[in-house]
Each structure stands twice: as C-alpha cells, then as structure tokens.
Design a protein around this ligand. Sequence first.
Ligand code: ZN
Length: 308
Amino acid sequence: MKIGDILINEGEKKKFTLGNISGTAFCGRNTGKTLVITAGVHGGEYVGIETALRLIKELEAEKLSGNVIICPVLNTDGFYDGVKQISTSDYKNLNREFPGDEKGTSTQRLAFDIEKYLYPTADFIVDLHGGDINENLIPLIFFPYGSGEDMKNYVGDIASRMSVNFRVGSYASNGLYSYATKKNIPAMLYERGAHGIWSEEDVLAEKKDLYKLMELLGIIKEGHDISINKKQKEIARAEYVEAECDGLWYPYVKQGQRVKKGELLGVLKNIEGEKLQEVAAKFDADILYYTLSLGVRKKDTLTAYGTE
Ligand SMILES: [Zn+2]
C-alpha cells in the first residue's frame, strides 16, 4: 500500500510522517479495505488517544486482510499543552477547518494534509473524540445525515453495532469525519470519556469497538460479536445550546439523564448572580453532554440533548 509517496509492503508495520501528520501504518498480508483511525484532533480527549496507542502496539500486519492506518495525536500542540479543542499554535479548532488550506495557518495546513494523505487511502475513517476537558458526555457516535441516504444507511448500520447507546445524526460538514463523508468516504466520529480523564475501562471498551469495526470491514476475522446493539438509540433530532453571552453556567442535569419538554437544564448568570439565560428542553430528550466549566464564553456549547 502507499500513503503519499511512502510504500508499505505486505505484512509490514511502518511509522510514517507526511507533512504535518505522523502515524503508523499496517499493510495486511492479504488485500482488503483500509481503515483510517485518527485521534487527538482535540488534545484533551484522552480515551481515543490512549486506545489508538494500544492498537498500534497490538495489531499485527501479518494477520490483516487489508490495511489499518493509525494517527494517535493529530493536534500535537493542543495535546502537549493540555488545552481544550484548539491548537495552541494558532488557536484554531481543527474540527472546524475542513477543507484545509495549504497556505493557511498551521491547523489549516494540517487539515489540508489530512485530506491530501489520509482521505485518498481510506475506505472508512473513524475519528476518536470524547467529552473535552470542560465537558461531561455519555459515549456516542456522530454519523452523517447530510451526505446522502446511502452514506447515512451504511455508516448508521456500522454505528448500530458498536457498544455506545446513542448514534447521533449530524449535518456538520467542516470537520475531519464530516468533510470526508462529503467526499464520499464513509466516516464516523466516536466519543467516549470526558473532563480530561481516561480510564482503563473506557480504553478497553473503545478498543473492543474498533476491533468490531475491523471485523465489519473484513480486515480481521476473529469472531467479534458484530450483531446490532439493541440498546442503542438513533438520535434524529438534536439541540446544541450555546451561551448567549459570557457568563457563569449552572447545569441542573447530567449526561444520560432523561428530561421532559420544558424542564430547566441549567441557567447562565452574570458575576452578580443575575440570570442571563435559562435553558429549557424544547422536547422530551436524553442529555448527551454538557459543559462543566463555571465560566463560559458567548457561543460556547452549554449542553446538547436529543431524541429519536
Ligand atoms: Zn473532540
């Protein structure tokens, strides 16, 4: 297989650097599909990063029918600086910068390199995220609603076999996975873990799902249970509530909690304690995630909730 101009022979595992991207590629002994696993788009979402690193240690190219490319930390500045969502080199959020720009800032150039080197090799992309340092989140998958019915059905079916209990239809188009689906590459965003913590339990659960994904793509044949997860709900309607101004955020609900239409989910106050914004559920819903930070900026997401 080739990534850019780097050749990886059958049965070989190879570390590579192309432009601003580093990773490890596994070229199977037998031909088959190519799975691209990315993590660390957001440097504080650790479960995905640690899971990707474990897979790099565990996978054996000899045993694969197809290829796996793993980039465990794409936004290295954000990761080493321990910040939420952005790169500290240019303060941009990589997941809002697609399509990239070859002549742009460092994050825009990184997005460009991802499109240039990773997209063309991929039969499927899974981008690993989690609740960020300032968030609590219930494990979930975002999958494309805005890239055609075939894409929705194909990725939705794969998502439905993962262990997470929510798959959320998304119309996003400027992130790593969402822009890939616009280019007709099946892709999904997998979220597990939150608030700057990773646990062995979460890493093992996520790793199991990635092995299932490889099994579903025919890259491994190890007998993983790839049946439909009957507990999983498809969230067809979601609300992402933003702060209307800078303020102090007091959430009243937790991730995974079921709420009724009209129920108060939290309030935003000013420093004097006066109410600036009341957030109430517009419909009966499950809370997907919410912000933990007391101080929030205008347009920061306060909470997200959804229903089937
Ligand atoms: Zn993220």
